[in-house]
Design a protein around this ligand. Structure first.
Ligand code: UDP
Length: 386
């Protein structure tokens, strides 16, 4: 039977659920507190620079999954962008993530074997690394750690790397070849027309209301729908009764420059502790150059990214996975579970997890599958519409 389903949040998790549940015949209604869909992957077209601005920071879609790549390609064509980041430290530019060219720049080594030997000399014998700093000292040693990791991580997280879990950095590869691709995944790219084009198609035919604050009228909304999928911060849903979950926030400083090209790459990281921002994004480089645009665009947009404390009035970006926060999250999770199956909590903010876009889609598809298959997964009740 077709059910009335409210989806709170038009980010990637909400939009994926909305698409699938709508296509399965349910009556889906999406509400969003911002004035546009897309969550933090939102882009908007900037005519002055003739490119799409990544409004909430760089978002590069990448996945190793055939299934997720095929699914997302139903809604967008992707360009052939490959993420290649440079790092600036003390005015020198380095290749990154750490690869043979980086090791050549830092240690003068020219072959994979020389690089392996250099790393073996650098590494510190730490048998069971207990934090991000020890993990780096044990895998790449102090020289590379100080050049690339220590200052950047301290700025990004507002804590010393010795107080952070190693998991944060494990997503970044270290290679002994000249491959400087940031990701190991088989597929990557940026939607042609920006993420706005992707969300237009994801949400096509589905009613979406903007500038709606669900929490202000929570009980009113809950009473009107058979099911609610909530993608906002889990602590806010429960009025932060167990205390606020900590998030790292970001402040963006935009500058439109009368130049065709400012830095020659989409992202340059600033790993020096003395520089207050972590990276500069130059938006036009996310799109592959077309001859027409190079002629037309006499301006380029750059954004400096400053990490900031989270808290009231600040956008929550990164969950801070310390033991205290994770324990607090578990208490909220217990409250959330007690609302199942009427209310489901999903996505980066509601699950308090640092998720890439492909992981968000994967989690949303799995959740919808559970909702559509009654009985197979315990307390599940939404039946596929006839
Ligand atoms: N990192 C670093 N130096 C860099 C880039 C990344 O130390 O130049 C560390 C930092 O701790 C960061 C983590 O690696 O939080 C993950 O980096 P990634 O680029 O994946 O972060 P995101 O783009 O999601 O912020």
């Amino acid at each position: 039977m077709s059910q009335r389903i409210l989806i709170v949040g038009a980010g990637l998790y909400g939009a994926t659920c909305a698409r699938e549940l709508h296509d399965a015949g349910h009556r889906v209604h999406v509400i969003e507190q911002r004035d546009a869909p897309g969550g933090n992957c939102a882009t908007r077209y900037l005519p002055e620079a003739d490119c799409h601005e990544h409004v909430h920071g760089a978002h590069i879609f990448h996945t190793d999954s055939d299934r997720i790549w095929a699914w997302v390609n139903r809604f967008a064509r992707f360009n052939a962008y490959v993420h290649r980041v440079k790092v600036c430290h003390a005015d020198a530019i380095y290749s990154f993530p750490i690869n043979l060219f980086t090791l050549y720049q830092v240690f003068g080594v020219r072959t994979p074997q020389q690089a392996r030997d250099a790393l073996a000399r650098e590494r510190q014998p730490i048998a069971a690394p207990a934090n991000l700093e020890e993990h780096c000292l044990a895998t790449v040693g102090p020289t590379l750690y100080r050049l690339f990791i220590e200052g950047y991580t301290r700025k990004q997280w507002g804590r010393h790397p010795s107080q952070l879990p190693a998991e944060i950095i494990k997503r970044i590869p270290v290679r002994l070849s000249f491959d400087d691709n940031y990701f190991n995944d088989r597929y990557q790219g940026i939607p042609i027309g920006g993420y706005a084009a992707l969300f237009d198609r994801l949400l096509a035919g589905i009613p979406v209301e903007f500038d709606v604050d669900f929490l202000r009228d929570r009980d009113h909304w809950l009473a009107r729908y058979d099911r609610v999928i909530y993608t906002g911060p889990i602590d806010a849903f429960f009025d932060r009764c167990h205390g606020a979950l900590e998030y790292r926030s970001l402040r963006f400083e935009r500058e439109l420059l009368p130049l065709a090209d400012f830095q020659g790459a989409a992202v340059v990281n600033y790993s020096d502790a003395a520089v207050p921002f972590t990276r500069i994004i130059e938006h036009r480089h996310f799109e592959l150059p077309s001859a027409a645009r190079t002629e037309a665009a006499r301006h380029t947009l750059i954004t400096r990214e400053y990490p900031a404390h989270g808290g009231p009035g600040r956008e929550p970006y990164y969950p801070v996975g310390t033991a205290v926060n994770l324990a607090r999250y578990e208490r909220y999770r217990a409250l959330a579970d007690a609302l199942a199956p009427q209310v489901h909590f999903g996505g980066r903010l509601a699950e308090y997890r640092y998720l890439d876009m492909h992981q968000v889609i994967g989690a949303a598809l799995a959740q919808v599958q559970r909702l559509l298959s009654p009985g197979r997964h315990g307390a599940v009740t939404i039946a596929r519409a006839a």
